[in-house]
Design a protein around this ligand. Structure first.
Ligand code: EPZ
Length: 429
């Protein structure tokens, strides 16, 4: 298994291009199941999760092709991929595939809408919490589906097709909002979703569905209205920039010091997190087509944060922010409200010398003057990258094990960091 070796202590200076968002690309790819026409997605990041979903969609009958490189195009950044689900050959998403990636469960929405049936394995537990699927079941039932659970599978049917309805989510869910958007696009009549997730990735999916002929309004607000249509067509859509990758590199610069331009992203996608960095004493400047993050030699102040659905502070940046707070002046309280078990990085940060007390959903981080490199390992994507950030600022060598987590969500991480002066290398095997 690959590992990443970091020799800490270098400031980061230069430019980091931000990739297309993993969490937008995945639902957009799944939306290709809604039409027999070709959906072309630009700026698709080259990630293990994307490759895995391509395999899963292939099992349902989705063909894909990648457009070749063009003259002047930078190597490796964002690909254009064409997805065509001319014929859906299988409406079952088997355990072997769904258990590898939770988002693949979301195929239930388009399969049910287009084929009027779906049999999808329950996604199962995950390292960050129990992550149930009750909201998917309730909301699809509201659209007229009958749903049963049979030997680990959700068996959903809507023989006469789905029917529009008003559904109020009792709790905000990104995935269930994605699924209901896709399902309602091909339902008969009007669907109104209340307490919808407002994440930029929801807005991106709605924009793509509208380009395919759907009639969706209100995405990005708590109330989304969908006027069902009988068929959707192909479209061409560009995946929005990755706000979590953006925030991750912003926190890396905050931690090491230096001055970096994050290119091809937008401060509007993460104003809460950037505001928090500002309070901590980090320089953040919105540019045309990017963000500049810098430190003027001053220290980092401790700031309290609480994760929340968008526009709140993202849970997907909680681990990275905790890494930053380990070397802040003072003590910060970090409260995780989205997932009940998303503190797997705490004990690993402690190996580097961090002082963190955990009590339920609250981590109290007492800033220390220095971290010292050590071997570490993490059990999920964002926790892994928080260890990379801490390693960049730690004295000596940090070895991050189980790099495959990072490959699920960060395109060319080592290369991007190295280009800004970090000493980072991958050790194969
Ligand atoms: C999405 O997961 C993201 N994944 C996650 O990113 C992200 O952490 C999360 O949203 C929150 O922002 C993708 O977009 C692929 P939820 P999702 O449904 O949709 C509970 C990463 O690192 N819930 O909004 O699965 C759930 O347990 C990943 O890139 C129910 O109770 O998250 C959680 O407490 C990790 N019942 C809360 O809702 C349900 O039926 C929010 O989860 C569904 C969810």
């Amino acid at each position: 298994m690959d590992r990443i070796r970091i020799r800490g202590g270098n400031e980061l200076r230069g430019t980091i291009p931000i990739s297309g968002a993993k969490n937008a690309a995945l639902p957009l790819m799944i939306a290709s199941l809604l039409t027999d026409d070709t959906l072309t997605l630009e700026n698709v990041p080259h990630l293990a999760d994307v490759e895995q979903l391509i395999r899963i969609l292939g099992n349902h009958g989705v063909d894909y092709s990648v457009t070749g490189k063009r003259i002047g195009q930078e190597p490796g950044l964002g690909r254009t991929i064409h997805f065509t689900a001319r014929n859906i050959v299988d409406t079952t998403a088997p355990y072997e595939l769904v258990s590898k990636m939770r988002a693949s469960f979301w195929v239930i929405g388009p399969l049910l809408a287009r084929m009027h049936k779906a049999r999808v394995s329950l996604p199962g537990g995950c390292a960050i919490g129990t992550r149930p699927v009750d909201l998917f079941i309730d909301s699809l039932r509201a659209l007229g589906a009958t749903i049963e659970i049979d030997r680990g599978y959700i068996v959903a049917e809507a023989p006469g097709g789905l029917k529009g309805a008003r559904y109020v989510f009792p709790k905000v869910s990104v995935g269930a909002t994605h699924v209901l958007l896709m399902a309602a696009s091909l339902a008969r009549g009007e669907t109104i979703i209340e307490n919808a997730a407002r994440e930029p990735e929801i807005v991106d999916l709605a924009a793509c569905l509208n380009a395919m002929g759907a009639k969706i309004s209100g995405a990005g607000t708590p109330t989304i209205t969908i006027e069902g249509v009988t068929a959707l067509s192909g479209a061409r859509h560009r995946v929005l920039p990755d706000r979590i990758e953006t925030g991750t590199y912003a926190m890396a610069v905050a931690m090491t010091g230096g001055d970096v331009t994050l290119q091809g992203t937008s401060a509007d996608l993460l104003s809460q997190a950037l505001g928090t960095l500002g309070q901590a004493g980090v320089g953040v400047e919105a540019l045309d087509g990017g963000i500049r993050v810098f430190r003027n030699g001053g220290g980092i102040q401790a700031v309290d944060v609480m994760t929340d659905p968008f526009p709140g502070f993202p849970t997907d940046l909680q681990a990275q922010f905790m890494a930053l707070m380990t070397m802040a002046d003072g003590t910060s309280r970090i409260t995780e409200t989205i997932f009940e078990n998303r503190f797997m990085h705490v004990q690993e940060l402690a190996r580097l010398g961090a002082k963190i007390q955990l009590s339920g959903q609250i981590a109290t981080v007492e800033g220390v003057r220095r971290l010292a490199g050590a071997p570490v390992m993490a059990t999920d994507l964002r926790a892994s990258v928080s260890l990379v950030i801490a390693g960049l600022a730690a004295e000596g060598e940090t070895l991050v094990n189980r790099v495959y987590h990072l490959d699920r969500g960060f395109e060319r991480l080592e290369e991007k960091l190295r280009a800004c002066g970090a000493e980072v290398e991958r050790i194969s095997g």
